[in-house]
Each structure stands twice: as C-alpha cells, then as structure tokens.
Ligand binder design. Structure first.
Ligand code: GAP
Length: 436
C-alpha cells in the first residue's frame, strides 16, 4: 500500500487534499493521471452498462434533493453507525468494527469505551439564507434514491418495458466515523449504481445475471480474481426487505473488506416513496392489464474502490538485469495514456517530427509527449504509469520515416513506418485489455 501511495503521489494519480494547508484528513485529490484513470473507469462502466445495452437508461439527479426523500428512504432515522468514545483518549470508533471487547483501539485502555450511541452519517446543510430547522437539507449518501424518485418520470418519458434498469454515476457523501485506508473509506466518494426493475417472480434469475455481470466487469478491470470473495450476507445481517444480498469483497492490504455490493431490494424503495409522496409508482403490464410496483435488483460499485483495486492488481516489480523495474500493468483502456511519443534527442527536427506524430495519435488514443531525461528513464516512467506502448523517434526516423514501438510488458521493440503506427497500435492495444 505504501508503494502505491508513493507512486500515486509522485506520478500524479492521487494527491493529499489541500496539502499546502497541511492537508485535510481523509480527503484526496485525483491528479492529472488519476483523473484520466477514474474517467476511463466511469466511461467504460457507462459504455458497458448503459450504452451497450437496450434495457438500460442513464440519469443524473441532484446531490441536494428534497429532504423528504431521505425521510421516506429511512436515512434520516436509520442511516447510523454505532459510535463509541474512549473516556481516556477521546478517540471515536465504530463499535461494530472493534475486535477486542471494550478496549480502545487507539490507546489500548481497557473498559474505557462509552455505551454505543447511534450516529447518523448524513451530511446536513442549510439551503437558503436562514439556518433553521425548516432550511435543513442533506448531501445525498447514495445515488440510488435519485433513480427511485425519478422512476415514474423515466418510465413515462422512455416508455421502457420491464425488465429494465436506470444507472447513475455521481458523488455521495457520508460523515463516516472511521474514514481511512487511503481512498477506501472517505467522506466524499463516487458511486456507479444500477437500479434494475423487474417482475417480482423473476428476481432469482435476474440476481444471478447481475452477479455474473459484476464478475465479468472485475475481469475486464484486471482485478485479480484470487483476491475476490463473494460473501452471502446472512439473513440477520440483511435489510429486512432483502431476500438476498451478496457483498463482493476483496483482499485489501488492510484485510478482506467490501468492494461492491449486489442486493435484491424487493419493492421497498418504490413502495415507501409511493406512500410518502402520494404519487403512483406502479407499472402497467400491457399484456395482462395488471398494475404493480416492480421489484429491484441493485448492483452498486464504488469508483475510488475500483481505482484502488485496479492499482493494487496492476502494480508489479521486476528484476531487469539487476535493476528494479516497476510496472503498472493496467488494461489498455484504463491507462491514463495509451501511448507515449519519445524523441530520442532534443534536435529540433526530431522534436518537430515527434510532436506532429503525437498530435495525430492523441486524437484517438491519449498520447503523452515526453522530451526530458534519458530514453531509459523515460521508458521506466511510462512503465510506472501504465502506458502500454512507447513510440521512439530517432535519428534514422528523419531518413526512413520509421519509428520504434516498445511494448510495456515484454519490453520488445519493433520498427514500424510512421504511416502504419496508428493501425499497429490499434491492433496491439486490443490485445492488452482492449481499446477505450
Ligand atoms: N445504494 C446502496 C449503497 O449505497 P453501500 O454498500 O452503502 O450501498 C455502495 O455503498 C458502494 O459504495 C460500496 O460497495 C463501496 O464501493 C462504495 N462506498 C460506500 N461507502 C464508501 C466510502 N465511505 N468511501 C468510499 N467508497 C464507499
């Protein structure tokens, strides 16, 4: 984990937030490379689960919604974690995460913890100029509710028939008691969520289909399947309305913990919103004329946890002729750059020719252009940030109009005429986890 954190900081994937002011605990900024990786993940997810299917539509709802939404969903009353405080060092912890009875995990004092109290994780704010009870609103703790409250509008406007799903990607906020483990648990994070609406009788088949979809996504992301565990959540730990929930957990460096979740939510959310809003949430079956509230399967994915799982899976160290080589073996579609153009020297003609090539390549594949340091150091840097291919322009290129393409993983080099570079790269990238 330390190696990932250092690499991510030094190479521009993830920076500590507000560092010039001493930082801001558990907040992280995505740097120039991190934002590329994150955007590639979100775009690939959207392409796969929304644009790539006929039974899905997308949505973008507000972060600050009508507070009645969170009353109806139960978050205002029940979105809590059990909080305990050490009477000696005053460190606050989650009672459900403590391993050793009534002992403070920080100072080790025995029998020092207060009785657990329910701590609500909603971030409260005030809307408008008055800070009173009537002005209280919340930052959404999940994107899911936006898809439930907009269900009638989506149904009416798209005329979709069951089964179909709504997807949303966006920020969520939780006032976590114990944020930490880098970007694993933060108070501000992004979710990629699907609410898949079905006929109640089909829930088991649809659940299995989505579990399979999630497995395929993990493979596509290059997340090591040996590290992944599908944990059936026991009845006593499930929400009362759920007949089945599977937590997809990962062996993180800090233990086995949740990466994603898949839940069968029945008709709980739509029924609650129907009751509280007085609006109809029914679906009318055109064949039978029957009206009913659909049931829901919810696959949910955290963006930052995906980033971290991919970085951990992709990171490797190799020994190359007695020297350590660090490689981020990201799938080509996810890498911040698919290709880097490296002129061998700073000779103006070489720079000019290389720049023209880089400008043309970056129209289809994100291309880095690096003229600093020795070629060996530049290759190592590109390996560390996961760039699948480097294209080197050398003195011969000025005569034969050919360049050298170097493979990140095999380090093999091949000479290719410049007019063919784009086509060759496209083929090679397909074999490295696929194009964007
Ligand atoms: N709508 C269902 C829902 O929100 P959840 O298990 O509470 O379920 C879904 O959250 C996903 O969001 C998790 O599987 C995880 O990937 C991510 N997530 C939840 N809390 C997080 C946090 N504090 N920091 C980063 N990611 C988080």
């Amino acid at each position: 984990m330390e190696k990932i954190i250092n690499l991510a900081k030094n190479r521009g994937f993830i920076f500590p937030d507000s560092e010039i002011y001493g930082g801001w605990a558990n907040s992280w900024d995505f740097g120039p490379l991190g934002v590329e990786l994150k955007n590639n993940i979100k775009q690939a997810w959207w392409k796969r689960f929304v644009q790539g299917r006929l039974d899905m539509v997308g949505l973008e709802t507000a972060i600050i919604m009508n507070p009645k939404v969170w009353e109806a969903s139960g978050h205002v009353d029940e979105f809590t974690d059990p909080l305990v405080e050490c009477k000696k060092c005053h460190r606050r912890s989650r009672a459900d995460e403590l391993e050793k009875g009534n002992m403070c995990p920080d100072c080790g004092e025995k029998d020092s913890l207060t009785v657990p109290a329910n701590f609500n994780l909603l971030f409260k704010t005030f809307v408008g100029p008055k800070e009173n009870d009537a002005a209280v609103a919340y930052l959404r703790p999940e994107t899911a509710q936006g898809m439930f409250v907009d269900w009638p509008a989506v149904l009416a406007s798209t005329r979709k028939r069951l089964p179909f799903g709504i997807a949303q990607i966006g920020k969520a906020f939780r006032n976590e008691i114990t944020p930490g483990n880098y970007v694993f648990r933060t108070r501000e994070f992004e979710q990629m969520e699907i609410e898949y609406f079905i006929e109640p009788t089909n829930w088991e088949t649809e659940f299995d289909k989505w579990l399979n979809e999630m497995r395929n996504w993990l493979t596509y992301c290059g997340i090591d399947s040996k590290l992944v565990h599908e944990v059936e959540v026991a009845e006593e730990d499930r929400a009362f309305y759920s007949k089945r929930t599977v937590d997809i957990e990962l062996d993180w460096p800090f233990g086995q913990k949740e990466l994603y979740g898949l839940a069968y939510r029945g008709d709980w959310d739509l029924s609650m919103h129907a009751k509280q809003s007085g609006r109809e949430m029914n679906y009318a079956d055109t064949k039978t004329g029957q009206k009913f509230i659909p049931h829901v399967i919810e696959p949910t994915f955290g963006v930052e946890r995906t980033v971290l799982a991919m970085l951990l899976s992709a990171y490797r160290e190799e020994d190359v002729r007695g020297e350590k080589r660090v490689v981020l073996g990201l799938p080509a579609w996810a890498a911040p750059y698919q290709v880097a153009v490296l002129p061998l020297s700073s000779k103006p003609e070489l720079i000019e020719k290389s720049r023209r090539l880089a400008e043309s390549l970056t129209q289809n594949n994100h291309c880095d252009f690096d003229t600093t340091q020795s070629i060996g150091k530049r290759y190592r840097r590109q390996d560390e940030i996961g760039t699948p291919f480097c294209v080197t322009v050398d003195f011969d290129s000025l005569e034969d109009h050919a360049v050298t393409i170097r493979d990140r993983d095999t380090m093999q080099q091949e000479r290719v005429v410049m007019t063919r570079v784009e086509g060759v790269l496209r083929e090679r990238l397909k074999n490295k986890g696929g194009l964007k």
